[in-house]
Design a protein around this ligand. Sequence first.
Ligand code: ZN
Length: 178
Amino acid sequence: MELTPTSTIDLDDGLEWEDIQATSETNDLINQVKALGDPTIGDRKIDLIYVKKINTSDPFGAYGAAVPDFATVSPWMWDENHTRTCIFGSTSTSGNFPLSNRPFATAHEMGHVLTNHGHYAVDYSMNETNQQAFYNLMRGGGTSTTNSVYSSKRLWPNNLAEEDQIDMIRTATDIPQE
Ligand SMILES: [Zn+2]
């Protein structure tokens, strides 16, 4: 569905985003998307929003960003009604890399919402072994640019990691498992 944002939002120059707290432009955009909600689904569904570019102070730039349930806890302070949202830029902040070169970006951002966790081996209480972080869908610093057996596209079950990412998807939120 294509949204025509109100005049409070100017997406031509990119969406203004901060990692810790939403900007007024990001808040306005998410408000308008959540207001489109189908009442038979409820307002706790996952929304994917695609914009031209995400402007962020993150030196690595951003192709995508997610607002998982944990983002309502200090220091993030996001509105609970804005969680379960993923936003994607069609290029990185620098404008260099198209989203089409990031085949796992959508799954990665949805993974933040579904696991309600941050990046593997960074925000997990685990010891990294056998390069599990490198091949993980939820690695930090950007997902793989091509699809191969070496790509960052794996979630680890319990026998390979101290924290079971498959179990997280089933239990870390109350998103229906149907
Ligand atoms: Zn991430």
